[in-house]
Structure formats: structure tokens, C-alpha cells
Design a protein around this ligand. Structure first.
Ligand code: ADP
Length: 601
């Protein structure tokens, strides 16, 4: 089906690789055809419909020939009526079959889009965290939604019209050869002049379309960044409206220019082809007229020939255009496949299943660095026993968050091992491991949904009683109950309708519902009002009870009550012990303590 297209080598850029490594990669046709495989039945139906409609379409010109050459000259009005009735019947049946074909077309197009969308989304969900910190959200959204959408036009529009046009041309060719081979030859000679000039145009279109997609990515990224609550706050507070407008204007202008280019490329050829569609029949009238006069060919034959020519030239012109569209649409497939080819997180499905987790956590000589950066962690060895609360303290950028990210394997250390109950965490299935870990970060993420649904995210089958027990323990029940819509209140985009303290208490309730054995808690650095502070401190008691907790601690009360304190500096654990021992050491901890807490304590 695609063999007519020229070999196009695509530049493949691996977006995930920060160095944007470029590799020449030929088009993977079998990968594209594989997408059609599940719809084989529908494809057969479409082909049958197309064939039927094409053959049916041949009838009206032939019926006119019989009208002109037989029925009218012989004065047989019954025959005239029969032929006209047949003309009407072909039109009606053709329309009916057309509806059926439309249904199968849509099933194939929409089906392939659904499959791609679901695959892509599932794949994205399995991508490592690193990918999302390295790629603009708007760009990801553009690929997952707009690129997939544009596949529909290609599948149910372009490909089907290509097949239809091929079949129409083939059936018409057979008919005209049967009618008169001399006229047929004249008609066929015109076709190459229509098809070949379009081939280089396809290549050009493909390149321009690639550029438009990149521009769209950039535009989506700006939209995504500036139209979020945090983005718009930043924009407004720095009074950057004019700058953002100009930036957006420039990008939109670039996009406009490339789109105009795309619309104009090959327009001259298109115009020439359109002219050929009209000029072709006049040449046939010339040759036909001569054959009528000299060779006794009937007028009906020439009339029906000219009518049939539309069925030859229009599809040929369309095919020339379709070829260009297909080549350029490959740019979209290429972008989708690029994303599908990126490495997923190492999901070990055959990893160990965890029946009962105690919660002993050990880091043994763990070193880790983010891509081409200095080591974020160097040779970290720590041990936390089941049920203990371990506080990580240290200056900002020391590596505390990084340490906690390694436990649920959001990142993988380059060296050393981390164990849970003595088992290397890399031997445990990812989902299995994460099932037992609860995380409360400083920046609580909530979906734009009701409070109840946000809580149920942790445990979809939670009963109302369980939810209330969790929110009571997290000291947020009274607040929720006092809202006009209670648990059905919408939290607003990312929970912006709630205060920071309320969001964090909701997050605590959510983790309580999950009930994990291991807890990672990033205490808010920003000073909370004393009421929220007290409420959160009280909520921490049920949160940490019976779990191993790894807390990035900023509050004296948390630190003092911790079983172990690890002081982190420059990616290393420089001191460890409990509060009193560490103070006595007179090292970094005691300095930090004096700086931060003594005055307030
Ligand atoms: P802390 O939590 O102690 O403030 P982090 O663990 O967040 O420190 O950061 C440790 C170091 O790693 C810092 O130098 C920080 O700039 C760097 N870092 C953190 N996250 C990333 C990331 N996603 N990519 C690259 N570097 C990062």
C-alpha cells in the first residue's frame, strides 16, 4: 500500500536524552501496518464497500451511452425509462453503501487512535521521573493529544481515499479499454504528467510539517506554563505580561509563516493538475470526434468516455496529493514512535512480591548523581530499623530529598545498594515496593476534583467511615465538615482553593488511608501559622505510628522526637545519632541547631 512512496530517511531525535542524540532512522513500515492489524475485519469491509461503489460508479456513463446510442435512436421509451430507473437505483444504492463505508472508516481511524493514545499514555506513566523533569509538560501534552488526533485524518481520510482512488482508477481503466482501446490510450498518456510532479512536493511538505509540529510544541509549552495557577502568579507578580505577549506573538508568527508555507507548497502543481482534469476531456473530444467521423465510433461511446475520464483524472490528481500528505504525515508517526521508544522505568514484573513488610531500611555505600552533574549523594550508609523515625537534617541542597527519592526508586543509584527488610530494592517489583511506601511532600498535589475523590485516590474502595477516620487523625475533618459542600467540595486547580497547611493535612489523611509501612515526609519549610503548625504536629503522631519514617525535618519538635538523626551535607552523611548525642558532638548539627532553633526554642 505504501510502496509508491519514495524512501524517506527520518531524523530521529531522542528527546529523553539531554544531548538530543540524533540518529538516522528509516521509516518503520511494519510498525505502522501493525497498528492496522486489529482492524483487519473492518478493513476487508471497507475494501468490499469501496470496490462495490467503484463498480457502481461505472454504470451511469455506460447507461448514458446506451441511452444515446440505442434507446433514443430506436424510439424505445420503455427502454429509456428502464435506463433512467437504473441510473437512479445506482445512485441510491451507492449512497447506502457509502454510509456503511463511512462507519467502517470511522471504526478503523478512531480505533487506531484509541490504541495509540492508550499505549502512549500508559507508556508515559511508566516513564521515569527524570523524563518529566527534563521535558516541558506542554510538549508532552501536545504529543499525547494533538499528534494522536492528527493520525485520524491520515487513517480514515488519506489512506481510505488512496485505496478508493486506486480501485476507481483500476475499474475505470478496464472499462475504457473495453469501450475503445484507442481513446483509452490517449487518456492514459495524460496521467503521468499529473502524478510525477507531486513527488518532490511530498518531501518538502514533510519537512515543513515537521517544523510546524516543533513550533506547536513550543506554543503548547508556553500555554501550559503561563496558564497554570503558579505560572500566572509568577507572570503577574513580575509584571511580565508584555514580555510574555511578545514571546507568544513571535512564536505564533513563526507558526503562521510555516503554516502558510505548508499551504502554498505545491499549489502550482495542484493548479496545473486541476487544469489537466479539464483539458484532458477536450483532448478526448478531439480524438473522439475524429474517430466518430472517420472510424464510425458512436457518439454515445465518446460521451460516456468523457464522463468516465472524470473517474480517471480526479482520483489520479487526488492520489498525487495523497502521496504528499502521506509522506508528511509520517512526521507525526515518527514523533509518536519517538516517545514510545523511550526507555521506561525498569518495571520488573517478575520482581519479588512482598507479603509482610517490617520496614528495616538500609543504604549501603549509596552514590547517586543526576545526569551529568556532580554527585548528589556520595557513599551514603545509613540504617533505620522498623518502626523508627529517622530525621534528615542539613542545609538546603545537601541531598536530603534525593535520599528519600531513592527509596521508592524514583531514581536509581549508580553505586551501592538500598535494602528493605534485607532485600535489595531492585529485586522487588516496582509497584510492589511502592505499595508499601507513603509520601507526603511539601508541595501537595491534588486533582481538580472533590476532597473525597482526592482522598480515595489512595484507596479506591475506602468507606466513608475509613475516610473520616483518616481525616480526623490528620486533623482536617472539622475543616472539611464545615465547608458548604463538605467532602464533596472541589479543591480547585492543584488544590489552590486550600491553604498550604490544609493541603498538607489532606495529604497526610491520604497517606493514612493508604496505610503504608514506610513513610517519607517532607516537612514544610515555610512557616505555617501556629494553628496549622499545631494541627500538623498532632497529625504526625498517627502518621508515624507503627511505620518506619524518613522525615526531612525542619522543626525542632520533630527532630527531638526522632529516634535517629542523619546530618547531611554536600551529599554525605556527616553525623548521625540522637539529638542529645549530636549536640554534645559540637559539630555541624550543633551549629545548625544554634542557628535555627535556639532562639525560637
Ligand atoms: P535537599 O533536599 O537537601 O535540599 P536535594 O536532594 O533536593 O537537596 O538536592 C541535592 C542536589 O541535587 C542539589 O545540588 C540539587 O541542585 C540537585 N538536584 C536536585 N534535583 C535535581 C534534578 N531533578 N536534576 C538535577 N539535579 C538535581
Amino acid at each position: 500500500m505504501f510502496s509508491g512512496a519514495p524512501p524517506v530517511h527520518l531524523m530521529w531525535s531522542n528527546m529523553f536524552d539531554p544531548k538530543k542524540q540524533k540518529i538516522e532512522k528509516p521509516i518503520n513500515w511494519s510498525r505502522i501496518t501493525n497498528l492496522f492489524r486489529p482492524y483487519a475485519k473492518e478493513i476487508v469491509f471497507v475494501l468490499i464497500c469501496v470496490l462495490f461503489i467503484s463498480v457502481l460508479g461505472l454504470l451511469p456513463p455506460l447507461l448514458s451511452m446506451w441511452l444515446i446510442d440505442k434507446a433514443i435512436p430506436s424510439g424505445n421509451f420503455t427502454m429509456v425509462m428502464q435506463l433512467v430507473a437504473a441510473m437512479i437505483a445506482t445512485a441510491l444504492v451507492g449512497a447506502l453503501v457509502g454510509v456503511a463505508q463511512g462507519y467502517f472508516n470511522a471504526t478503523i481511524g478512531e480505533g487506531i487512535m484509541r490504541d495509540l493514545r492508550v499505549n502512549l499514555m500508559a507508556h508515559m506513566h511508566r516513564m521515569p521521573l527524570e523524563f518529566f523533569t527534563n521535558t516541558k509538560t506542554g510538549e508532552i501534552m501536545n504529543r499525547v493529544s494533538n499528534d494522536v488526533d492528527s493520525i485520524d485524518g491520515l487513517v480514515s481520510g488519506t489512506l481510505v481515499s488512496m485505496v478508493t482512488n486506486f480501485i476507481t482508477i483500476a475499474t475505470t481503466l478496464v472499462t475504457i479499454l473495453w469501450l475503445d482501446w484507442r481513446l483509452a490510450l490517449v487518456s492514459i498518456l495524460v496521467i503521468p504528467f499529473m502524478v510525477f510532479p507531486m513527488w518532490p512536493v511530498g518531501r518538502k511538505m514533510y519537512e515543513i510539517r515537521r517544523t510546524t509540529r516543533q513550533k506547536r510544541d513550543e506554543i503548547h509549552a508556553i500555554e501550559q506554563e503561563t496558564l497554570s495557577v503558579s505560572g500566572i502568579m509568577l507572570l503577574k507578580s513580575f509584571v511580565r505580561e508584555t514580555y510574555e505577549r511578545d514571546r507568544f506573538h513571535n512564536l505564533s508568527t513563526d507558526l503562521m509563516k510555516t503554516e502558510i508555507n505548508l499551504a502554498m507548497v505545491g499549489r502550482w502543481f495542484m493548479a496545473a493538475i486541476a487544469a489537466m482534469v479539464t483539458i484532458g476531456p477536450s483532448i478526448i473530444w478531439l480524438a473522439g470526434g475524429w474517430l466518430c467521423i472517420k472510424e464510425g465510433v458512436t457518439v454515445g461511446t465518446v460521451v460516456s468516455f468523457v464522463a468516465l475520464l472524470t473517474r480517471l483524472y480526479t482520483p489520479a490528481a487526488a492520489l498525487a496529493g495523497v502521496q504528499a500528505q502521506i509522506v508528511s504525515a509520517l512526521a507525526v508517526f515518527e514523533r509518536i514512535f519517538d516517545y514510545l521508544d523511550m526507555h521506561e522505568e525498569s518495571t520488573k514484573t517478575n520482581g519479588l512480591a512482598l507479603e509482610k513488610v517490617n520496614g528495616d531500611i538500609k543504604f549501603e555505600n549509596v552514590s547517586f548523581s543526576y545526569t551529568d552533574r556532580a554527585d548528589a549523594l556520595k557513599n551514603v550508609t545509613i540504617s533505620i530499623e522498623a518502626g523508627q523515625v529517622a530525621a534528615l537534617v542539613g542545609p538546603s541542597g545537601a541531598g536530603k530529598t534525593t535520599m528519600t527519592m531513592l527509596v521508592p526508586r524514583f531514581y536509581e543509584p549508580q553505586d551501592g545498594t538500598i535494602t528493605l527488610d534485607g532485600r535489595d530494592i531492585t529485586s522487588i517489583g516496582l509497584s510492589e515496593l511502592r505499595k508499601h511506601i507513603g509520601i507526603v511532600t511539601q508541595e501537595t498535589y491534588l486533582f481538580h476534583d472533590t476532597i473525597k475523590n482526592n482522598l480515595r485516590y489512595a484507596k479506591p474502595d475506602a468507606t466513608d467511615e475509613q475516610i473520616e477516620a483518616a481525616t480526623r487523625a490528620a486533623n482536617i475533618h472539622d475543616f472539611i465538615a464545615a465547608l458548604p459542600n463538605g467532602y464533596e467540595s472541589i479543591v480547585g486547580e492543584r488544590g489552590h482553593k486550600l491553604s498550604g497547611g490544609e493541603r498538607q493535612r489532606l495529604a497526610i489523611a491520604r497517606v493514612l488511608l493508604k496505610n503504608p509501612r514506610v513513610l517519607i515526609f517532607d516537612e514544610a519549610t515555610s512557616s505555617l501559622d501556629s494553628e496549622n503548625e499545631t494541627l500538623i504536629q498532632a497529625a504526625l503522631v498517627p502518621l508515624m505510628k507503627g511505620r518506619t519514617s524518613l522525615v526531612i525535618a525542619h522543626r525542632l519538635s520533630t527532630i527531638q522526637s526522632a529516634d535517629k538523626i542523619f546530618v547531611v551535607e554536600g551529599g554525605e552523611v556527616v553525623e548521625s545519632g540522637d539529638h542529645t548525642t549530636l549536640l554534645a558532638k559540637n559539630g555541624l548539627y550543633s551549629r545548625l541547631y544554634k542557628q535555627q532553633f535556639r532562639e525560637g526554642a
